[in-house]
Design a binder for this molecule. Structure first.
Ligand code: ADP
Length: 259
């Protein structure tokens, strides 16, 4: 480097690549998108420069979860600018690349290109990107690992055995690819009846914590099965923005997901 180039210019020319944190599950419907959105919100509440990529090509839901349905991201040619959603989380979603309500039926290479467009966007001062992965272990997951190299993966499961078996498969997939497992989150644990207050466990209890211990990976915490989580999520108001126990649970998980 020429000695007369000012240091300041060198620093701005150097692109800082944000760390990617993959949020994955063995199957759909266990709360992976809900956790991804709320994890990003909780990180920002804690003062971290977090953003979110919705890579769930089969069911992109972050535009709804972050309250920005129908908003197209700004772009400069093919390079997009993340849209600020609920809680100030800048995000980009597979859903923004397709016509609203249209099925996304892309073959591997096209899906891989779409993923790269989301990840290699103008992320500005964002330092950590939570990536809502598609469920299971397919093409997009492979592209994510090989091309974009996440620093680690958070695995979500409900407490019942079948979901845990799928989660174990997802863990094996990341292990094989040498992506460190940050830990396991148990979602939909313990249902509090809104009428009588009785706590029941429709999907069992403690299964994920036991499985994490058995697999030798950290247990990051549990989120209760709570109708307010679904109602707030559907309304585009992430429960992590609230001040009840659920917001606290997301904040604790965010802390354990490192800094
Ligand atoms: P996935 O991304 O794994 O497919 P979602 O995050 O979309 O799962 O969650 C599936 C459904 O379950 C959504 O309607 C969501 O609002 C709801 N849900 C997720 N977690 C909870 C929870 N802890 N309590 C109540 N409903 C939840």
């Amino acid at each position: 480097v020429a000695p007369d180039v000012p240091l300041r210019l060198l620093q701005t020319a150097e692109r800082i690549v944000p760390k990617l944190i993959a949020v994955a599950s063995g199957k759909g419907g266990v709360g992976k998108s809900t956790l991804s959105a709320n994890l990003a919100v909780a990180m920002r509440r804690a003062g971290r420069a977090a953003g979110l990529v919705d890579a769930d090509i089969y069911g992109p839901s972050q535009t709804r979860l972050l309250g920005l349905e129908g908003v197209k991201p700004e772009a400069e040619g093919k390079k997009m600018y993340p849209t600020p959603g609920a809680g100030g989380v800048p995000f980009l979603s597979m859903g923004q690349l397709a016509a609203p309500g249209q099925p996304i039926a892309w073959r591997g290479p096209m899906a891989g290109q779409a993923l790269s467009q989301l990840v290699d966007a103008h992320w500005g001062d964002v330092r950590e990107i939570v990536v809502d992965m598609p469920p299971g272990t397919g093409d997009i997951q492979l592209s994510m690992i090989q091309k974009h190299k996440p620093v680690g993966a958070v695995i979500v499961s409900t407490p019942q055995d079948l979901a845990l078996m799928d989660a174990t498969r997802a863990i094996g997939f990341f292990n094989q690819a040498q992506v460190p497992i940050i830990g396991l989150v148990e979602n939909m644990a313990g249902y509090i009846c809104p009428h009588c207050g009785e706590v029941s466990d429709p999907f069992g209890r403690g299964g994920a914590e036991a499985a994490a211990a058995e697999l030798g990976i950290p247990f990051l915490g549990r989120i209760p099965l709570d109708i307010s989580v679904r109602l707030a999520s559907d309304a585009g108001e992430p429960p992590a923005l609230g001040d009840g126990p659920v917001a606290g649970a997301f904040a604790d998980i965010a802390k354990r997901v490192g800094n």
